[in-house]
Design a protein around this ligand. Structure first.
Ligand code: BV8
Ligand code: ZN
Length: 242
């Protein structure tokens, strides 16, 4: 089928759907200049570090200052970034429900009202000991490695690290949304991180049409009813244009 044929079919699928979910990953923010997760540890000084290690309790225990410096660089990156056409398109289509793996605030800044966030957020710090202390931080001027003001343990970004459970309620809310949907747009994700990637199967098992949008094949390709290869900043506006 030609590229136009694919897009026409995808557009019809979305128009006919009652409940559309956009399930997004780092590729959604790539055109805003925010490095994808994998790339976030391949630039410059981060070349020798494994993001899986940096985004984990072990990595934090081993070298907390290094981990906090990595997050500070990513936070400053996000502060400098602007939402791209893909974020703005999602904000313009309020009937599309957003479930994201991303930890940046670009969907919020584009005007999306309600984002189900599976892996937490860079815009806050929380106590690593789980005493409950959490506070917003300035992305443009992120705090250094520091003690928890409430209990004296250490503060860390309010993101979910590998080996940590997803925020209470986030998984249930996302699974519920994906059970109800009849079309899922899988946008800019390698679909390799679980349990998040399992949401594609949840939607599929509920009979939803799966439309994958990515610049290259991914682990989601096998589940796709339609796969639109191209940058989200171009494909999403064409797909959702009325
Ligand atoms: C859990 C926050 C259980 C941090 C993230 C061994 C030990 C422990 C756990 C495990 C284990 N083995 C497996 C696991 C499970 C593990 C997992 O899935 N590992 C994988 C790697 C095998 N999962 C976990 O640990 C999860 N927790 O299982 O807990 C538990 C239960 C109860 C109690 C205790 C424990 C937690 C996972 C969350 C990890 N945190 N983020 C941070 O950001 O620093 S995930 C992180 O990686 C990102 O947030 C992102 O979500 C993910 C990367 O995925 P993508 O978003 O897909 O990004 P990626 O760069 O990979 O790909 C980008 C895609 O975009 C590409 O396909 C590219 O082609 C495309 N693209 C690029 N440009 C564009 C584009 N597409 C469109 N347009 C473009 N312009
Ligand atoms: Zn504390």
């Amino acid at each position: 089928m030609t590229k136009d044929g694919l897009m026409d079919r995808a557009r019809r699928t979305v128009q006919e759907a009652q409940h559309v979910v956009a399930f997004s990953g780092a590729g959604l923010s790539a055109e805003s200049g925010v490095a994808t997760f994998r790339d976030a540890a391949t630039g410059g000084q981060w070349l020798k570090h494994d993001p899986m290690r940096l985004a984990s309790q072990q990595g934090f225990r081993e070298d907390p200052d290094l981990v906090i410096r990595w997050y500070s660089e990513r936070r400053r990156n996000v502060a400098r970034a602007e939402p791209n056409a893909a974020h703005r398109t999602l904000a313009a289509h309020e009937r599309v429900m957003n479930v994201t793996q991303n930890v940046d605030d670009l969907l919020d800044r584009a005007g999306v009202k309600d984002v189900t966030r599976l892996h937490g957020t860079l815009v806050r710090d929380r106590c690593n000991a789980g005493c409950g202390f959490e506070e917003p931080i300035e992305l443009a001027d992120p705090p250094p490695f520091r003690p928890c003001p409430a209990c004296g343990d250490h503060m860390r970004p309010s993101v979910v690290w590998f080996g940590e459970a997803l925020p209470a309620g986030a998984w249930e809310r996302a699974a519920d949304t994906c059970t109800q949907c009849d079309a899922m747009l899988v946008v800019g994700t390698a679909a390799e991180v679980y349990p998040a990637a399992g949401l594609i199967d949840v939607a599929r098992a509920s009979g939803a049409a799966i439309i994958v949008i990515n610049t290259q094949p991914s682990a989601a390709s096998g589940s796709a009813d339609l796969e639109l290869i191209g940058p989200a900043g171009e494909v999403l506006p064409a797909l959702l244009a009325s």
